[in-house]
Design a protein. Structure first.
Lengths: 446, 284, 334
């Protein structure tokens, strides 16, 4: 027995030394990125890796969309691009692994709500004035999109690539059948209309109740319309303010009190909202850039209309007039890249006006580059509405490092409130406040 | 096979009928749902469930190969799972033989240590392991991160502890007199292991192999971080049928069925080894 | 000689007998002794190396991290992360404050889930294995069918169950409500109180075939002669199961139950695929809980501390379990 305990202790010690040794070497990190100067000739023959996110109908579809464009880039610059399209289920974990080990792509797509969190890690190259100048200047981009690329007062961690916004999608035929002439402009109109539309197995509205991110996006807008935020200026969580409680309750009440959304919506998390809308089970939904999906589910574009999401009072402006979060995808350069100049060249290419037109046109999103917005591809009725939402009534989600905690905790809290509503349990100011307080207390101090 | 030594009373037969029928229903209902959903259009999949579907289409079975590089992922999964299984079972047989047949200092420590590795939640050592792989890659040039090799090594250890333990259990139940007799007959310890113990424990080894294979076959978390588009496995790849805005339910189900057919067929082939047991070995 | 050895004796044919048998060999004693000592270690070496690389070293790594304040600010440079002492642990075990409270809740949910799932899986596995011990028509095909849940990729199986549990359009409510009229309303299965039970059902569906497989293999090692002898003594089928089958399965059961317990306790796939990243309160398994507090939020110090606590608990359970079952087995080799 004595020998065995000695040997196990030895083993433990060896393992520990190995572990610590690895910790030390693991963090060598930052390779010298100063090596290559932006001499165009030297960029020729370099190969960079690009992680693209899933924007099209499948990963393969993304590959087919991006490959010809990247070939153009290679022709122009001589830089080869190794493309990998990564699904949303894996992207954040892959970025995490890359960040920790220092081995990752040179250029990557990120969800724009991740900007501040990733910025805090230092994994992404900050876009200072000179970097922006190299790609044509910050002014080329819509200010709202830039605001969603990092914490205020810091150099953005990424550059906007694709923009999206929420709109209220409504079924034209169901509206005219119910004798409703115009889509709602205020929430009380929406509830009134929805009540008229809720008959015989059909519902006025569909919501994605078990999707934490969707919940957050709507709660954010409803709170903003009340002039309320989820974090104060110092970055401290302020989840359970009366205005935030009212915002969350208003959203949950679509099922709980107004009963204009099906109880079953409380468990939706696989985009069943779109299915319900496209199949006529629900007359309205609030969604971002849904055109291609609606079509995939068999509803043609002339059967529905898109208007801005309602406000509390008609014609509200400023915070009260906010109708959407700034949704979209940003393009970032990995700080550890060994090919910084080549990586920046790719960003310049992807955000160039012609590429912006092609890519956003294909994906049904909106170009954050202002010059590209006038393209006829973005003049369809629904995109015109979404573009005006983006330019005049969209606000970025809180750009704080702890954004993901906010999404997880509050998103789950709202999901559980929806579950209560669906089970017929009362959802009151008190129960909403209790849920939000609990979420707030679990937020880290910083 | 052989005549049953048990005289089976009515109560036993009825219990068997009822219990097995219920189990069949329990097992097969989801499989039926998969099958019927895989034959529908995307528009119809999300509709109310009906036992007898209408408007069947084989379209999803054509589309699955285009939406996701399914064949490629399938080959990756097969390579990774089979290799991990073979290595894991061989390593486990040696270790289990040592633990079952020898008394030595550190025996308890070994078994407890190995078993305890199974208690550590995978999500915790995922990142450290990733770092270790990256570092091994940097210092030795052996690419473990993002390669099939890294995944094989990882998966082999996932099933190893339980494989060892299960095999110790099976080996223990094989009378020692059998391998002692073999040793007396002039076989060394390895001869006794491969001529006597392993053949007698074939059902156990097959069970353990199936376990090792399925552990590797279905693993999602590690594969999602440690693979890239060229080494991605099925378990992760199937999720690609759920894209940003659409979930191709019909294709997920069709693809799952298609990739499961070879596995189930393999199980069927292994069946007969599951029933050839100690009795057969002892008679020889 | 083999056939007449009583079965309860077989597993315990212990060190004594093997040494005397080896002693009869005619090799020089010193080499023989060296071989005797070295051989078992040689047999264990490959397993040890693999475990060291993949599990043990990263595990120590994880324990070190649990004492650090490893948040997203330090993720690029782990060694720079400030030491947190026992802060992460303190936050996790303060059960009257939200973080500790949530963890404790999650722990109880997981424990209930695990106990139920393991008990049911074991029960179904045992029942099926024993009932199918003797051949009858259709046994082979049935055995293959029973292994199907195990052969389906976990993601596909879980997605399908999620599909079936949908409140409005799923099969479960179609049967319960529309066809059998058991419930007056269509209940929810993926949110609220029932989500726990939905998760248990799915878990049993996924893991009972493994119990079945392991026990079926175990049954093969019971000598037929025992049953014949018992039958001659006038024991009926049920008595044979009780007196012969169950005791003989004990070594396999000992491992199997523990395996299922640990496996289910750390189960990540089931809640993750069924509920996404935010499980309902009633189904907040500890693996998802830790995933949220480390991977989603990139706060690995606190996630690691929770994991280490979990590890300690599982070690304790295992130790108690082994002590208890080993004594019952009469295994004297402590």
């Amino acid at each position: 027995m004595r020998t065995s305990s000695t040997s196990s202790r030895l083993l433990a010690a060896t393992a520990l030394v190995a572990a610590l040794g690895l910790t030390a070497t693991a963090c060598g990190g930052g390779s010298d990125s100063s090596g290559d100067k932006s001499d165009p000739a030297s960029l020729k023959g370099q190969t960079i890796t690009y992680w693209a996110s899933n924007q099209g109908t499948s990963l393969d579809n993304d590959k087919q969309v991006l490959t010809p464009e990247l070939n153009k880039f290679t022709q122009q610059t001589g830089i080869k691009v190794k493309l990998e399209v990564i699904g949303w289920a894996d992207l954040l974990n892959r970025i995490l692994a890359a960040t920790t080990s220092g081995q990752g792509p040179d250029v990557l797509n990120i969800g724009n709500t991740w900007s501040a969190s990733l910025q805090a890690t230092g994994a992404l190259m900050p876009w200072d004035a000179s970097a922006f100048t190299a790609i044509g200047g910050k002014d080329r981009f819509a200010p709202a999109a830039i605001a969603a690329a990092g914490a205020a007062g810091k150099d953005p961690a990424a550059v906007p690539l694709y923009s999206m916004a929420y709109g209220l999608y409504y079924n034209k035929k169901m509206f005219s059948d119910a004798g409703i002439a115009n889509p709602p402009k205020t929430w009380s109109e929406l509830v009134d209309d929805a009540k008229k539309l809720t008959t015989g197995g059909h519902y006025g509205l569909a919501v994605e109740g078990s999707n934490g991110s969707e919940n957050i996006h709507h709660a954010f807008v409803l709170a903003k319309q009340r002039g309320s935020d989820w974090f104060d200026a110092s970055g401290k969580a302020t989840f359970d303010t009366p205005a935030n409680v009212a915002a969350v309750k208003q959203y949950v009440d679509f099922i709980a009190a107004d009963k204009v959304a099906a109880k079953g919506d409380a468990e939706y998390s696989q985009n069943q909202t779109i299915t319900d809308f496209a199949t006529g089970k629900a007359a309205m939904m609030m969604w971002q850039s849904a055109a291609t999906s609606i079509k995939a589910h068999g509803m043609s574009p002339d059967q529905y209309g898109v208007v801005p999401v309602p406000t509390q009072t008609a014609g509200a402006t400023g915070d009260a007039g906010v109708t959407s979060m700034v949704a979209g995808i940003n393009l970032a350069v990995f700080q550890n890249t060994k090919h910084k100049a080549a990586a920046e060249a790719l960003v310049k290419f992807m955000t160039s006006t012609p590429e912006q037109k092609i890519l956003n046109g294909t994906y049904g999103s909106l170009p954050p580059v202002k010059e590209a917005q006038s393209d006829p591809a973005f003049q369809t009725p629904d995109l015109k509405v979404l573009a005006s939402v983006l330019s005049s009534s969209a606000a970025p989600l809180p750009q704080v490092p702890n954004e993901s905690q906010f999404e997880t905790l509050v998103g789950t809290a709202i999901k559980d409130l929806f579950a209560d509503a669906a089970a017929g349990k009362p959802v009151t100011d008190d129960s909403v406040k209790a849920a939000l307080t609990k979420a707030q207390q679990q937020m880290p101090a910083s | 096979m052989q005549p049953s030594p048990m005289a089976q009373p009515k109560s036993f037969l009825w219990t068997r009928r009822v219990v097995l029928t219920l189990l069949l229903l329990f097992v097969l209902t989801p499989v039926y749902v998969m099958l019927s959903s895989s034959l529908k259009n995307l528009q119809d999949v999300q509709g109310s469930f009906k036992w007898i579907p209408h408007g069947l289409t084989f379209r999803p079975y054509v589309d699955i190969w285009k939406t996701v590089p399914l064949a490629h992922y399938f080959v990756n999964s097969l390579i990774v799972s089979v290799s991990a299984t073979v290595f894991s079972v061989v390593v486990a047989i040696f270790a289990a033989y040592g633990v079952s047949r020898y008394r030595f200092a550190g025996r308890k420590v070994f078994t407890v240590t190995v078993l305890s590795t199974q208690m550590f939640p995978g999500i915790l050592f995922l990142l450290p392991l990733y770092l270790i792989f990256v570092n091994i890659g940097n210092s030795t040039g052996i690419t473990l991160n993002g390669s099939r090799l890294g995944l094989i090594i990882t998966y082999l250890t996932f099933s190893l502890p339980f494989s060892i333990w299960m095999l110790v259990g099976y080996f223990d139940s094989i009378p020692r007199d059998l391998d002692e007799a073999a040793k007396v007959d002039g076989c060394g310890p390895f001869g006794a292991l491969f001529r006597v113990v392993v053949p007698a424990a074939i059902p156990g080894i097959v069970a353990v192999s199936v376990y090792a294979f399925m552990t590797a076959w279905g693993e999602v978390l590690f594969a999602s971080v440690m693979t890239n588009s060229s080494t991605r496995t099925l378990a992760v790849g199937l999720r690609e049928y759920a894209t940003q805005n659409d979930v191709y339910w019909n294709q997920v189900m069709a693809a799952s069925l298609v990739v499961s057919v070879p596995v189930v067929a393999g199980f069927l082939l292994l069946q007969r080894y599951l029933v050839a047991g100690l009795t057969a070995g002892a008679v020889k | 000689m083999t056939a007449t050895a009583p079965p309860r004796q077989a597993p315990e044919a212990g060190p004594g007998s093997s040494k005397t048998a080896a002693g009869r060999r005619l090799r020089p004693r010193a080499i023989e002794r060296l071989r005797q000592i070295g051989l078992p270690y040689l047999l264990l070496l490959p397993a040890l190396i693999a475990e060291l690389l993949i599990h043990i070293v990263p595990m120590f790594f994880g324990i070190v991290i649990s004492f650090k304040n490893l948040t997203l600010f330090f993720i690029r440079n782990w060694s720079k992360a400030p030491w947190a002492g026992f802060d992460n642990y303190r936050a996790a075990i303060k059960i009257h404050e939200p973080i500790g409270q949530a963890l404790l809740h999650s722990f109880w949910v997981t424990l209930a889930y695990t106990v139920l799932s393991v008990a049911l899986s074991w029960l179904l596995g045992t029942a099926a294995a024993i009932l199918m011990q003797d051949s009858f028509r259709g046994r082979a095909i049935m055995r293959a069918i029973f292994l199907v849940p195990y052969a389906l990729p976990a993601y596909a199986a879980l997605i399908t169950w999620t599909f079936m549990f949908q409140q409005d359009t799923g099969l479960v409510n179609h049967v319960l409500h529309d066809q059998l009229h058991v419930t007056s309303n269509k209940p929810f299965w993926l949110i609220g109180d029932n989500s726990f039970w939905a998760m248990v059902i799915v878990s049993v569906w996924k893991s009972w075939p493994f119990a079945f497989l392991a026990l079926m293999a175990g049954l093969q090692n019971i000598p037929r002669e025992l049953y014949e002898a018992a039958a001659m003594d006038g024991a009926g089928v049920w008595q044979q199961i009780r007196k012969i089958t169950m005791p003989s399965l004990r070594p396999v059961n000992q491992v199997l139950v523990l395996v299922l317990f640990l496996w289910t306790f750390n189960d990540f796939n089931t809640p993750y695929v069924m509920f996404g990243q935010s499980a309902p309160h009633q189904a907040d398994l500890i693996s998802i809980h830790i995933y949220q507090s480390s991977f989603i939020t990139w706060n690995f110090g606190s996630g690691s501390a929770m994991s280490v606590l979990l590890l300690l608990f599982l070690l304790l359970v295992t130790a108690v379990y082994l002590l208890f079952t080993s004594r019952k087995r009469g295994d004297a080799d402590a």
